[in-house]
Design a protein around this ligand. Sequence first.
Ligand code: HGY
Ligand code: MN
Ligand code: MN
Length: 413
Amino acid sequence: MGLESLRINGLRLKYAMEEMSKIGAIAGGGVQRLSLSDEDKEARDLFVHWLKELNLDITIDEIGNVFGKRPGRYPDLPPVMSGSHLDSQPKGGRFDGTLGVLGALEVFRTIEENNIETNRTLTIVNWTNEEGTRFSPVMSGSGVWVGALEKEWMYNRTDTEGKRFVNELIRIGYRGNVPSRSSEIHSYFEYHIEQGPILEKACKTIGVPKGIVGIHCSDIYIKGETNHVGPTPMEGRHNALCAAAEMILKVDELPAKMGGNMVATSGEIHNRPNSRNTIPDDVHFTIDMRAWEDDLIQKGFEDLKNSFEEIAQKRGCPVRIEETLSVPHAEFDQKLVQNVFRVSENLGYPGQHMLSGAVHDAGYITQIAPAAMIFVPSIGGRSHVEIEDTTWTDCEAGANVLLHCMLQSASVL
Ligand code: HGY
Ligand code: MN
Ligand code: MN
């Protein structure tokens, strides 16, 4: 059988997805596997079990990234890598990240059962804490691996209960002893659901992003003065939650003011003492800004800082602004992007060039190696929600594209 006619096993991929979806399953049909939780550990254990079945050479690094290697004919050549993440959003979907890990696993299973020897080594990876919801920031496993984030800084990040990242990593048994430092790789492919409406609207099967938007995350802390809500006159109050409310509206209004393709969101807020009859004096909220144009993000952030200072002064509520993450937009390797598009069309799947508005570990990988992504449609353009869905036919199509992209790259000497 020529390699051109090789296809992955769609049913086996569906079965693996369904097995993984049982871990952290929630009532609405989605999953909740927050990074370094018991559910994350269980998902990792199942992944490692599947890697062992394939006799892969498994390593776990100091930040918990899990790698499985299938040696090629020339093991000294830099490998071809693929993977994504098994952690999820709170009340998240079954496909985000998991499809990229188990899609790559299905590619490895297909290659193994057909006894295919590749020139280059193939590596599969599950990156730690891609979602960055329990421990910010996003993409911390790949960020440390490429050297964009400091390992010690990440170790000391805490969740809302004050638990440290490193302690939770040790608790679930995934602080490995291999240094988390990138090694040379030939090419990286990440398979993922689109998470937006473009492919469905265009009736296309495979999305081929040319890159990923830049992201800027910050944490805002406001101090007010607490008091009883009844006897305290309205005049002279320092209500930290009211200051936050005004600031959050500035965030929502920012993209229209800045133009370009910017989006800006405040998605998380902590209000203390959070009592209906006490004036709030301590508020922490987050900002997530994204745009293809990096300077737009910077200008937007300066604009917000000015407005926040004005609001803080007016309300007598001092504000502290902490920049948590700033990652410039990432451009994928043009040759690999063209390969993904060509492979899709050759397999009979209509392709669509696009941009990624979600961030992915592949963005960090562009800092050290050629990378590209493969998207499949999200039903209704819904993601980070329990009803996130993609048809099994599309899941199979994307995995076939991944298979042939990896085989092609792994044959290059
Ligand atoms: O935030 C993101 O775009 C990703 O889902 N972590
Ligand atoms: Mn993802
Ligand atoms: Mn996500």
